[in-house]
Design a protein. Structure first.
Length: 226
């Protein structure tokens, strides 16, 4: 079993990678997705449900499917996470999930972003610079009833890439979250500076995660505005 490739998304170059934990199943609790919205925006997301077993994979599927069903009816990603959280809380799940979700307008480069307790977003530029962007939002999904998630709006310049990862990519034995985020941002920015595309950037990030003997599931989603 594997995660499907993201849809073809006009105006954006999108690449995704997934690898299960070292001792896990073919698929675990991490996921990614990216799809077109009715108004022309693109909705990428990445998330991580608790655990690495069959139950984690099943819960991940519920969260991913819920977001896919809710998003086309909502103009803002924060509302999507709010409604998804409400649905999950009513199910009284034994697990929880973190998630980052964006709405991107490819023509204008406008990005609306929100996070449910997920690791920060990375922004890499062609000049070789990068930054960590910690999005507003709220707690992980499926735990706290009545949560209203927050969001922010920023601009994605042409040629710039957003890198969305799960914590297995940026944390590991001897690797702190801050160091891991800096490493991924530097890798992505240097790849852009060298003229590489989103697929090559995603490969470099995944290879670096595997090289540090990852113990967790890892997922990578790279979105470059072209």
């Amino acid at each position: 079993m594997s995660l499907p490739k993201p849809d073809h998304l006009p105006g954006l170059e999108v690449a995704a990678r997934y690898r299960p934990s070292r001792d896990g199943l073919d698929i675990g609790g991490d996921w990614y997705d990216a799809f077109m919205m009715p108004g022309g925006a693109v909705a990428p997301e990445i998330g991580d449900s608790q655990g690495h077993d069959v139950d984690a994979a099943a819960f991940m599927g519920q969260v991913r499917t819920s977001i896919r069903a809710i998003a086309p009816r909502e103009p803002e990603p924060a509302t999507v996470l709010t409604r998804t959280n409400e649905l999950l809380v009513t199910m009284n799940p034994a697990r929880f999930a973190s998630c980052t979700m964006l709405y991107i307008s490819p023509d204008e480069g406008q990005v609306i972003g929100t996070s449910a307790g997920h690791v920060p977003l990375l922004c890499a530029r062609k000049d070789g610079s990068s930054e960590v962007r910690e999005l507003p939002g709220g707690p992980v999904l499926g735990v706290v009833a009545g949560t209203d998630y927050r969001e922010e709006t920023f601009t994605l310049e042409e040629g710039t890439a957003l890198v969305m990862v799960t914590d297995g990519v940026v944390e590991g034995p001897g690797l702190t979250l801050d160091d891991g985020l800096q490493r991924v941002g530097t890798l992505a920015a240097q790849a852009l500076h060298n003229g590489l595309n989103a697929e090559a950037i995603a490969d470099r990030i995944l290879d670096a995660a595997v090289a540090v003997d990852h113990l967790d599931d890892v997922a990578v989603l790279v979105i470059r505005r072209v």
